[in-house]
Design a protein around this ligand. Sequence first.
Ligand code: AMP
Ligand code: ZN
Length: 117
Amino acid sequence: MDNCLFCKIVRGEIPSRKVYEDDEVFAFHDINPLRPVHLLVVPKHHITSLATIVEADVPVLGRILAVANKLAIAQGSPDGFRVIINTGRVGNQEVQHLHAHIVGGPDPVGPMLKKIN
Ligand code: AMP
Ligand code: ZN
């Protein structure tokens, strides 16, 4: 995807604060961290969202979750973390390249969502 922000980050065309890379995934600090630890883990190949995955994407989805714990520990969230994958319009997904937010830090991140009436 020529014009995709996170594809450009993976290719190094846009700078990022990389924390991890392997053959399938790339992880970097969120530019606007919402907690002391706020990482994004993305597939290296373009996947728009969880709403567009195909069978061939299953291994990379597993890899994204499998690296989360060691990245969280390495970056300062040793006692747990939260994974968020915003998906589509209802999920308030802003960047149209699948990404898992890994959020944490020394203190609990707070309740899952605020209830709406
Ligand atoms: P989402 O709303 O789930 O699509 O989240 C998109 C995330 O990407 C937000 O938390 C942004 O702060 C983050 N973001 C946007 N541009 C960049 C960038 N150039 N480098 C790192 N994170 C970014
Ligand atoms: Zn992309």
